[in-house]
Each structure stands twice: as structure tokens, then as C-alpha cells.
Design a protein around this ligand. Structure first.
Ligand SMILES: Nc1ncnc2c1ncn2[C@@H]1O[C@H](COP(=O)(O)OP(=O)(O)OP(=O)(O)O)[C@@H](O)[C@H]1O
Ligand SMILES: [Mg+2]
Length: 307
């Protein structure tokens, strides 16, 4: 039985009225769990509330209703056990790349010797291929390089949970590929729990064990959760050969193109339970049983037909 590490329970975020508008409910009744060591991606259209949700998980923003429980305790502020890579890099502009990372590492391990601190930071600078740029300040780095400092900083504090907001979107294909591989190998070597927002379907299929689909806002909800049915040792070079790749990919594209906007019908259906979003396994043929589990084992075809 997998151990729950993050439990999102009835989360809602309302932004107060502005001068020319009423209150704005970004999302509501959002429920899902992330297990220890699991890699979960969140997909949804721009503006549906993904960053807002991640900020609440990080303890940087407060929910209007509901709660986030991490390791059995309610989140009420940021923690060094949860590292965040922001959509925009969020580095300290007056510090060099090295010092941005060292600052975070020292917050976590205040008693490291200078040599150990430097060696530890250098390991992650090398990992994100920034060797030689250690003493540059953010204004002297490109957008992709700044993003890589942010990724190195998150990895360097060896957090229990990584919260990543489109971390690779500003990177060239080569760097993106090698960082995805690094992240995967870190996750496979250590018990790393990752919650990541992405717009890139192939990235989600490569990295994620499960993919949470969020409808368009306002009042966005979790429509369903897609289980990645490809083997966990998949690579970017071979995953397209797997029989489940195209059913999975088509399911996600269909969600983004069509179903994310037509969710009202789905969430008003009697079998929609926001506390238990439907789990779909595209590519897997549903077993011919009538037991309770059968409801959860929906094929892409059946869930598309219902939507
Ligand atoms: N501080 C705020 N005050 C008022 N409205 C806000 C605030 N922050 C975000 N919003 C609104 O909440 C909605 C969700 O924003 P959010 O940044 O979470 O979207 P997103 O899903 O991350 O989008 P993207 O994919 O473009 O990054 C948007 O309509 C945005 O305008
Ligand atoms: Mg965002």
C-alpha cells in the first residue's frame, strides 16, 4: 500500500473583487493525493490556477477553503522540506549563481564547512551544465540559465518534495532533455516525491506516474487522473514505441483541445465525485467485472465517450 505524502483536501482559492469585477474563484473542491516517491504532473490551460495551487502547496499562499496535508501535518508556511522551482526563476539578483544556491544550502545545513558547501553546490551547478558561470549574477545569465540555477538550488537542498512550475519550459531541447533525464535518475535513486506543472504532454508522459487534469477556470476542478501505464524505466528514445503511448497521448491532447472547456456536463454527472476523481488508464482494456474497481479502470475510449 503506497504511503500518502501530500493530501489536497477540498482546496478552493478565491481572489477578492477588483474595482470592476466581483470575487474570482480560481478553483474549488480540488481533491487528490500524491504518494511518497511518486511523480505527479498537473496539466491544464493557462490561467486555470496551476501556479496558485502550487503556491498553496508550497505554503506561499493561503487557500480560501480546504487544506493541504503533508506527512500528516497541515501546511501553514514554507518549509525546507519542500523545494520550489518557480515559473519565473525568482533568484536573488545581487547574488552570483553559486551564492544563490549556497544561500539555500546553508539555510538547510548551517554547519557545513566552506569546502563542503562549495563542493556540494558545485555538484549541482555541474549537473545543470552551468560550470564556468558560477560567479555570474542573474542579470548576466540567459533566461534558460537562470532557470537552471533555480533547478540546481531546488535539487541542492535535497528536499523531501519538489514542487516544479514548468521548470523546463524556457530551455532548449537538448538541455531540457538532459535535465529531464537527471530528474528521473534522481527520482529513481532517492525516494523523491515530485509535483510538477507542465504544458508539455511528452514531458508528462516521460516523467509522471500519474497526470492530474484540471479543467478551465473560473471554478476549475480536477476532471480526472490519468495513470501512466507505460513501464517506469521508459526513456525519451523508446517510449513512443510502447503500445500505450498513443492512447495516452491522444487522451491528453483530447483533454486539452476539447474536454477541459466542456467540463460542466461531466462534473454535473451523478458519478462525478470531486473527492475521488475518475482514474483512467488509456490503452488498458477494462476488465469485464462489475465490482467497484471496474469503475476506476476506465479505458480512454469509454471515458471519452462519456465526456
Ligand atoms: N494575486 C492575484 N490576484 C488576483 N488574481 C490572481 C492573482 N494571482 C493569480 N490570479 C488569477 O488567477 C488565475 C490563475 O492564475 P495562475 O497563475 O494560477 O494560472 P496558471 O494555471 O498557472 O496559468 P499559466 O499556465 O499561464 O502559468 C488567473 O486568472 C490569474 O489572473
Ligand atoms: Mg502558472
Amino acid at each position: 500500500m503506497s504511503e500518502t505524502q501530500i493530501s489536497i483536501e477540498g482546496l478552493k482559492r478565491v481572489f477578492p473583487a477588483s474595482e470592476d469585477d466581483g470575487d474570482f474563484t480560481v478553483f474549488e473542491d480540488v481533491w487528490f493525493k500524491v504518494n511518497k516517491g511518486e511523480f505527479v504532473c498537473l496539466i491544464g490551460h493557462s490561467g486555470c490556477g496551476k501556479t496558485t495551487l502550487l503556491n498553496i502547496l508550497a505554503g506561499l499562499d493561503k487557500a480560501s477553503a480546504g487544506s493541504v496535508i503533508v506527512d500528516g501535518e497541515e501546511v501553514d508556511g514554507p518549509s525546507l522540506n519542500r523545494a520550489v522551482v518557480f515559473q519565473s526563476h525568482a533568484l536573488m539578483p545581487w547574488m552570483t549563481a553559486m551564492n544563490n544556491i549556497a544561500f539555500a544550502v546553508t539555510s538547510k545545513w548551517p554547519n557545513l564547512s566552506r569546502e563542503k558547501l562549495r563542493a556540494h553546490c558545485q555538484k549541482y551547478i555541474d549537473l545543470v551544465r552551468l560550470t564556468g558561470s558560477e560567479s555570474k549574477k542573474p542579470s548576466q545569465l540567459s533566461g534558460g540559465m537562470k532557470q537552471r540555477v533555480g533547478i540546481a538550488r531546488a535539487m541542492a537542498i535535497e528536499p523531501k518534495i519538489m514542487l516544479l512550475d514548468e521548470p523546463f519550459s524556457a530551455l532548449d531541447a537538448l538541455t531540457r532533455g538532459s535535465l529531464q533525464d537527471e530528474l528521473l535518475s534522481i527520482c529513481r535513486e532517492t525516494v523523491q516525491t515530485v509535483f510538477m506543472i507542465t504544458h508539455d504532454i511528452d514531458e508528462a508522459l516521460l516523467l509522471a506516474d500519474r497526470i492530474v487534469l484540471m479543467t478551465n477556470g473560473p471554478g476549475a476542478r480536477v476532471l480526472e487522473i490519468v495513470e501512466n501505464t507505460m513501464p517506469r524505466d521508459r526513456t525519451r528514445h523508446d517510449m513512443h514505441k510502447h503500445a500505450h503511448y498513443y492512447p495516452l497521448r491522444n487522451h491528453l491532447i483530447d483533454f486539452l483541445v476539447e474536454r477541459s472547456a466542456k467540463f460542466q456536463e461531466r462534473i454535473s454527472a451523478p458519478d462525478y465525485d470531486p473527492r475521488k476523481p475518475k482514474v483512467v488508464r488509456p490503452g488498458v482494456v477494462a476488465p469485464r467485472t462489475l465490482d467497484a474497481d471496474a469503475d476506476e479502470v476506465a479505458t480512454a475510449a469509454t471515458s471519452q465517450a462519456r465526456a
